[in-house]
Design a protein around this ligand. Structure first.
Ligand code: 13P
Length: 210
């Protein structure tokens, strides 16, 4: 996909997320890998009103080259890409349900959401670590995100929100949506006798769908 098409796709997917309530205000940021760098949403921009030509362009070293000033979470995206060479895109949201789970004090920090449905496993994977709280934009979170991303495609930032990577921009957005739905199911079913997928069922899904 050429850069112009990638820019337009990012704007379209971001607006779709915003219009369906996955992002509000100026929360959230999205990046995508290019052949010679990255595109990332500008800081303080609304995902609902991005302009393709104003997206921030970064070089391979994550330095700002052109476009509006980049998201203050560049280092968050950098940690994901550096830990996961397979990642082609990263989506960070403050989506309500996933963020609610990120605020719970009594969940397993290595698996806060059980494997309830196949698509959660297929899109998000086996692991969903919870990274301790850091202030938004605090570069000190980069090592923690990098460490978590070595073993997981997605994570929850405590009291902040989800960060999701994917093998394409479309896949990363789909995974962020699937994570939000899984969080919703988890909260809906809290306190009830849930039948999660077994380890063998999770293994089967990951074997068949990667
Ligand atoms: P930016 O506007 O700098 O991308 O920050 C938004 C956000 O979601 C912070 O976590």
């Amino acid at each position: 996909m050429d850069e112009t098409t990638t820019r337009e796709l990012l704007v379209t997917l971001a607006a779709s997320l915003f219009n369906r309530g996955y992002a509000v205000g100026s929360a959230g940021n999205i990046s995508v890998r290019l052949a010679d760098g990255f595109l990332i949403t500008p800081t303080n921009s609304s995902l609902g009103r991005l302009q393709a030509e104003r997206l921030a362009r970064l070089d391979v070293g994550f330095n700002h080259v052109t476009g509006d000033p980049p998201s203050k979470e560049v280092f968050m995206h950098r940690a994901m890409y550096r830990a996961r060479p397979d990642a082609q895109a990263v989506v960070h949201l403050h989506s309500t349900m996933a963020t609610a789970v990120a605020c719970l004090g009594d969940v397993d920090a290595s698996a806060p959401i059980p494997a309830l449905t196949p698509y959660f496993v297929m899109r998000v994977g086996r692991s969903l670590p919870v990274v301790p709280y850091y202030r938004p934009g605090d570069a000190a979170m980069e090592p923690a995100i990098h460490a978590a991303a070595l073993g997981a495609r997605a994570m929850l930032l405590a009291n902040h929100g989800p960060v999701v990577s994917g093998p394409s921009l479309t896949d990363a957005v789909a995974a962020a949506e699937e994570l939000e739905e899984a969080a919703k199911l988890f909260l809906l079913l809290r306190g009830q006798a849930v039948r999660a997928l077994s380890t063998a069922q999770v293994d089967d899904l990951l074997h068949v769908f990667g």
